[in-house]
Design a protein around this ligand. Structure first.
Ligand code: ADP
Ligand code: MG
Length: 385
């Protein structure tokens, strides 16, 4: 297993996430449509690749990342393209004969701005109809899983660069498709995104379009899993120092573990160490937070997503947390007032920060803190000061 830092992992580099995979498969087999919920870098894409690479029998999997879709049309274009992809077709041609044959008759170039798609036989259908026509050709004992990565980003893009109505319509079409028994028996839609879909749609009161989804939280590793993961990646660190390392990382997502191990590996070679000690771990963490490219998206994200006064509020709140560690609900409401935000507006932004993985109030509903001490340290050094 290689220590990959940053890119979604695949094959031998994937650290098994048995319980997350089991939960997702169970949701699919129960006929529900999963929404994978986890902030950036928790491992959603890697898990979806695992499903793509090792599907259960009688399932065909399509994976599509729609992050760069800025309109509903671009979304559909990407989805139909993914369905027509040669690799998908080669892999599934035997299992889904009729379906793959039907796909070949689609003329993807003709997805129109008005939202219709022209079939090979010159019939013009809207997307939902085109889907239904296609799905009819799946043999009923087989199922198609369509995994849409960064779907929430797509919705946010459409709200920002097209209209709220267009985003609502796309969400409504998806809901209609999911609620059509003929379709739902043959397809499972899996939605994922590093920004919370709930928090994106909450901002324009569209929760009703997604409240049928089966939200599955992708959680950090447990302490024992994280320990085993460290042992797999780094052979020259002793037991008690692993405990120290994990205490420092606290939010035990594979990414932070790999990032610090990468720095430890460099130190090991640079200083010709025989064994890693606590001070090396401290140094590795300090070195890791020098790597701005791993962290800067956390700052940019709130700048892009929020209105200017909302951004200033969110930034102030995180600045305070990076210095004082905790903040009570009543204090953030006061901070909102300073930025001309009503209590409700301030609350929505705090919710978004929780959904998107910046902060949590797990220990006490009234008290917020950073999820990751490493991000907190980076924020303190690079944003707050
Ligand atoms: N199951 C896993 N095994 C090994 N590394 C992982 C795993 N999941 C996540 N990672 C690490 O986290 C990083 C981000 O993973 P990714 O799947 O892209 O997360 P997400 O899609 O949630 O942003 C990867 O580069 C890798 O370092
Ligand atoms: Mg991802």
């Amino acid at each position: 297993m290689k220590n990959i830092v940053g890119q979604a992992v695949r094959g031998k580099d994937f650290w098994d996430r048995k319980s997350e995979l089991a939960k997702i498969w169970q949701a699919i087999e129960n006929g529900t449509h999963p929404l994978l919920v986890a902030p950036r870098r928790v491992g959603k894409t890697s898990i979806m690749y695992k499903i793509l690479d090792e599907p259960k029998d009688d399932y065909a999997i399509v994976y599509v990342n729609t992050e760069s879709a800025y309109s509903a049309n671009e979304f559909w274009h990407k989805l139909f393209n993914a369905l027509m992809d040669e690799e998908f077709n080669n892999k599934n041609a035997a299992k889904f004969k009729n379906f793959c044959a039907k796909l070949k008759t689609f003329n993807i170039e003709s997805i129109s701005i008005s939202g219709s798609i022209k079939l090979g036989d010159a019939k013009e259908l809207n997307y939902a109809e085109a889907f239904e026509t296609l799905i009819k050709d799946i043999e009923s004992d087989k199922k198609l899983i369509i995994m849409m990565d960064e779907f929430a980003q797509t919705i946010e893009n459409i709200v920002k660069y097209s209209t709220i109505q267009e985003a609502e319509l796309l969400l409504a079409i998806h809901r209609t498709l999911r609620q059509n028994p003929k379709i739902a028996s043959k397809i499972s839609f899996v939605y994922a995104g590093s920004i919370g879909l709930e928090s994106v749609v909450e901002r324009f009161n569209a929760i009703k379009f997604i409240n049928d989804l089966n939200a599955i939280k992708i959680t950090p590793l447990s302490h024992s899993e994280a320990k085993a993961f460290v042992c797999e990646l780094c052979q020259f660190i002793q037991d008690e120092d692993i405990t120290y390392l994990l205490e420092k990382i606290e939010w035990l997502i594979p990414f932070y573990i790999q990032l610090i191990i990468q720095e430890l590996n460099t130190l090991y070679v640079e200083k010709a160490l025989h064994v890693i000690q606590k001070e090396d771990i401290d140094e590795a963490i300090l070195r890791a937070i020098e790597c701005n490219h791993y962290f800067d998206h956390w700052r940019k994200r709130i700048q892009i997503a929020f209105e200017p006064n909302e951004f200033k509020f969110a930034k102030d709140l995180l600045n305070i947390l990076s210095e004082h560690s905790t903040l009570e609900s009543k204090e953030y409401i006061n901070l909102g007032v300073k930025h001309s935000l009503a209590e409700d507006e301030a609350r929505k932004i705090v919710h978004a920060l929780v959904y998107d993985g910046y902060i949590n109030n797990n220990e006490n509903p009234k008290i917020y803190r950073f999820n990751s001490p490493i991000l907190k340290l980076w924020w303190y050094k690079n944003v707050a000061n």
